[in-house]
Design a protein around this ligand. Structure first.
Ligand code: ADP
Ligand code: MG
Length: 257
């Protein structure tokens, strides 16, 4: 089996008829952590939503192969059952749905898909309590409505808890660092670091390099106007931090001509 998890070639996509992704190329192998950085509005979140199959985003060209299969012809729930997990930039609050029940339904759906046994509430509590340590979360959060009244940091920790339970093959984290103070950031990053294995991969989307002080990416990509225009190692993130994103304007103009 090839160890390629995701292969994106010349992907283009529209939102409301407007081209936003203009030819994205990206290759992610098992065991790798990739970061995509870029200005606000460059298309980072659009890319993550296209990968998960969000209906507002219309793919107009290119291909996405996930674990050897055409991802673009799969329904959003098939992608998620297949091991693609997107941690949201703005997690939804769902009053009336208990966090514990929500997590168990998601967990069991994945178990079923993997041909594994589904678990009852009693056994699930044990499984989830073991995972709480990954994000240093208090068990009292399980009894509350999903994300309702959670602080920004608590929501993000809850996303990582969900991810820990679902054990994704490709975890996509869109601005998981936004709105987090340094302590919450360390906990969230520590959670992600605990979940990395030689068989899975992570795609971190971030505007700032400080997240990358705590999660070391193998590759850093810069998205600019719907394309990845530059790829490097961790040092590229530091260069962006120092120079800002403006230096790219000259560089891209020079290259595109
Ligand atoms: P980033 O995450 O890099 O900040 P986005 O992917 O969110 O960028 O946005 C890229 C561009 O697409 C922006 O110009 C944004 O206004 C537009 N866009 C994204 N989502 C929508 C949407 N649902 N409706 C209309 N425009 C959108
Ligand atoms: Mg975004």
């Amino acid at each position: 089996m090839s160890d390629t998890i995701l292969s994106v070639k010349n992907l283009t996509a529209n939102v409301d008829g407007t081209p936003i992704l203009k030819g994205v190329n990206l290759e992610i192998k098992a065991g790798e952590i990739h970061a995509i950085m870029g200005r606000n509005g460059s298309g980072k979140s659009t890319f993550s939503k296209v990968l998960t199959g969000h209906p507002d985003y219309e793919v107009t060209g290119g291909e996405v192969i996930y674990l050897g299969e055409n991802l673009l012809e799969k329904e959003p729930h098939e992608r998620s059952l297949g091991g693609i997990f997107l941690a949201f930039q703005y997690p939804l609050e769902i009053p009336g749905v208990s966090n514990l029940d929500f997590l168990r339904v998601a967990y069991n759906a994945r178990q079923k898909h993997l041909g594994k046994e589904e678990v009852d509430s009693f056994d699930f509590e044990e499984i989830v309590e073991e995972k709480l340590g990954v994000v240093q979360m208090n068990p009292s959060f399980l009894g509350r409505s999903l994300n309702e009244g959670f602080s920004g940091g608590e929501k993000k920790r809850n996303e990582i808890l969900q991810m820990a339970l679902l054990d994704p093959t490709l975890g996509i984290l869109d601005e998981i660092d936004s709105g987090l103070d340094i302590d919450a950031l360390k906990i969230v990053a520590g959670g992600v670091n605990q979940l990395t294995t030689p068989d899975n991969a992570f795609l971190l989307i971030t505007h700032y390099q400080r997240l990358l002080d705590y999660i070391q990416p193998h590759y850093v990509h810069v998205m600019y106007d719907g394309r990845i225009v530059k790829t490097g190692g961790k040092e590229l993130a530091l260069e962006l931090e120092q120079k800002g994103y403006d230096f790219l304007d000259q560089q891209v103009l020079a290259e595109v001509g």
